[in-house]
Design a protein around this ligand. Structure first.
Ligand code: DC
Length: 227
């Protein structure tokens, strides 16, 4: 069975997909991490990011693997652990450009489908229900108010505790600007833009807790599994 979860940055996809995978014993596929890996590896090799051909070559040749370790899921690129590097603001800034290239998307599409062959998967991204797994048994499109999405992103960055109110407000403001820029690029691109599949269940996570949403999606998945 495939559960597809799409939505913009900070809509709660990752946390919700983790919890669903744990609950159902499915494997989680974080497709954003794959695009982030291509972006980071291309930049670290000095590839010209405006050169689609060169970035596409990196994407096609790259061996991306996920490894479950006690602390978290790690991402390996040609055997090198890039888990931390792919979440930096530097990678945030370049990933939308790299993920808009059709040659990069084509390379990732093959890897994503191969990853899911023969297993139960919760896959999260932007085009899972529309392009990667159009026959997924359950498709969810998650949204949330942009300001709330920015606030969540900032709090995630400070697991040790939130900064003081002024610093928090400033960081939320900056993050909101970056989220809006990325949403726009992801939704406007020609190839596989961020869009809800016609048969996706739309859920707004602004005013619901993660637990409530997981309950709701879990109930939908149970019903589809038994159908
Ligand atoms: O989910 P995320 O923020 O880690 O995704 C990083 C970037 O990758 C985001 O800007 C959009 C892109 N992406 C995509 O184009 N298609 C996907 N299926 C997943 C992510």
């Amino acid at each position: 069975m495939i559960i597809a979860i799409d939505g913009p940055a900070g809509s709660g996809k990752s946390t919700i997909a983790d919890e669903l995978a744990r609950r159902f014993g499915f494997t989680k596929l974080d497709t954003g991490a794959m695009y982030r890996t291509v972006a980071h590896v291309s930049a670290s090799r000095g590839v010209d990011l405006d050169d689609e051909g060169a970035v596409g070559d990196v994407a096609r040749a790259l061996d991306i693997r996920f490894e479950k370790r006690p602390d978290r899921m790690h991402v390996l690129a040609d055997g090198v652990d890039v888990t931390r590097e792919i979440r930096t603001p530097a990678t945030d800034r370049i990933v939308s450009k790299v993920s808009a290239y059709p040659s990069v998307r084509e390379a990732m599409l093959g890897c994503q489908r191969a990853f899911a062959a023969g297993r139960d998967v919760v896959a999260e991204g932007r085009d899972i229900g529309t392009v990667v797994f159009p026959d997924a048994e359950l498709k969810v499109f998650l949204t949330a108010d942009p300001a709330e999405r920015a606030r969540r992103r900032v709090l995630q960055r400070h697991p040790e505790g939130a900064p003081d109110a002024d610093a928090l407000a400033r960081e939320v403001e900056e993050t909101l600007a970056d989220l809006r820029r990325r949403d726009e690029l992801d939704a406007q691109r020609a190839c596989a833009p961020l869009r809800a599949a016609d048969d996706a269940v739309r859920i707004d996570s602004t005013t619901h807790s993660i637990d409530e949403i997981v309950e709701r999606i879990g109930a939908l998945a149970d019903a589809r599994r038994d159908a």
